[in-house]
Design a protein around this ligand. Structure first.
Ligand SMILES: [Zn+2]
Length: 286
C-alpha cells in the first residue's frame, strides 16, 4: 500500500505537524505525571509540549534519531518518505538535491535512516528459498582473495533476510541458515554442493539449474533469484557501487522493504513508527 505524496503534503505541512505525529504516536493522550491534567499545549519555537496546568514538559523527540538534529523535522520526514516509496533506494545526491541540504548532511541522514532496516531476531519458517551470489560488480574496495558474497533467505509469502558472507567463509552459510530459519522448515536451493546433504535439520529440496531445470512443481528458487536481481539492479541504478563496509546495510534495506511490502500498512508509516519505538541508536549530530 502506497502513501501518496498528496497525502504526505496534506498531513505533514510543517515541522510542528511532524512533531505532533511523534508526540501522538509515542504518548497518545497522556495524563500529566505531576498533576494528572490532560490538557497540553505546544511550546512556541521549542520542540516540546507543556502541561496546561503545571507546566511539566514532554520532549517527544528525546531518544529518537531526530533528537540532536538541526535539520528540520519535515526534511527528515520527507527523506523517510522517499526511502519508503523508492523501490531502488535513495542516494545521498538525490536527498541533497531534494532537501536542499549539504551532501554531508544528506549522506548522514541516509545512514541514520538505513539503521531502521536492521533485521529483527525472528526466524523464517514455512518454505524458504536460499541462495548465495557474488556481489563484486556492485561493491567497491574488494580485496582480491575475499570477494563478498551475499546469502539470501526468502520465505515464500513472508520475510526476507540477507547477509554478507565471504567466499573463503562459505561454510558460514550453513550456520547462518540454521540461525535464521526454524528447524523443520522446507528449504529450496539450487544444486550447489554446499547445500546438498548439509541441511539435515530441514526438508531440503534442490533444483538442478545446470541441467536446464528451473522448477519442478513447488521446487524452485524464483523468489530468491528475483530478490538478487532486484538488489543488484537497484544498487547499480541508484548507487552504482556501494562500499563493502556498507553492503550489509543496503541488503538490510532491500530485505526490509520486501519483507514489509505485504503488511497492508504503508511502508512510510511503518518506518515512522519504528523510529518512534526505537531507543536512541547513537546519533551523531546532523
Ligand atoms: Zn501538570
Amino acid at each position: 500500500m502506497k502513501y501518496t505524496i498528496a497525502n504526505f503534503n496534506k498531513v505533514f505541512k510543517t515541522d510542528d505537524d511532524c512533531l505532533a505525529y511523534v508526540f501522538k504516536y509515542r504518548f497518545g493522550n497522556p495524563a500529566c505525571p505531576k498533576c494528572e491534567n490532560m490538557a497540553w499545549y505546544k511550546v512556541n519555537n521549542r520542540k516540546c509540549w507543556a502541561c496546561g496546568k503545571c507546566g511539566y514538559q514532554i520532549h517527544p523527540l528525546a531518544g529518537t534519531i531526530f533528537h540532536k538534529s538541526d535539520t528540520p523535522l519535515k526534511s527528515w520526514f520527507f527523506a523517510i518518505y522517499k526511502f519508503a516509496n523508492s523501490r531502488n533506494g535513495v542516494s545521498a545526491k538525490e536527498l541533497e538535491r531534494d532537501l536542499g541540504v549539504t551532501y554531508k548532511t544528506a549522506w548522514r541522514m541516509a545512514k541514520q535512516i538505513r539503521k531502521l532496516f536492521e533485521s529483527g531476531s525472528f526466524k523464517l519458517n514455512g518454505t524458504v528459498e536460499v541462495d548465495d551470489s557474488y556481489m563484486e560488480k556492485t561493491t567497491r574496495h574488494i580485496s582480491k582473495t575475499e570477494t563478498p558474497k551475499a546469502l539470501a533467505m526468502v520465505q515464500r509469502g513472508g520475510a526476507v533476510k540477507a547477509v554478507v558472507i565471504r567466499k573463503a567463509g562459505m561454510l558460514n552459510a550453513l550456520p547462518m541458515v540454521q540461525s535464521e530459519v526454524e528447524k523443520g522448515s522446507n528449504i529450496m536451493t539450487d544444486s550447489a554442493p554446499l547445500y546438498i546433504g548439509n541441511l539435515p535439520d530441514y526438508k531440503h529440496q534442490a533444483i538442478n539449474h545446470s541441467k536446464g531445470h528451473h522448477a519442478r512443481g513447488e521446487v524452485h528458487t524464483q523468489s530468491v533469484d528475483s530478490f538478487f536481481a532486484q538488489v543488484k539492479r537497484s544498487i547499480s541504478g541508484t548507487y552504482h557501487q556501494v562500499s563493502e563496509k556498507y553492503l550489509q546495510s543496503y541488503l538490510d534495506e532491500f530485505s526490509w522493504r520486501l519483507s514489509n511490502s505485504r503488511s497492508g500498512i504503508p511502508l512510510f508509516l511503518l518506518m515512522l513508527n519504528r523510529i518512534c519505538q526505537l531507543p536512541d541508536v547513537g546519533v551523531e549530530k546532523i
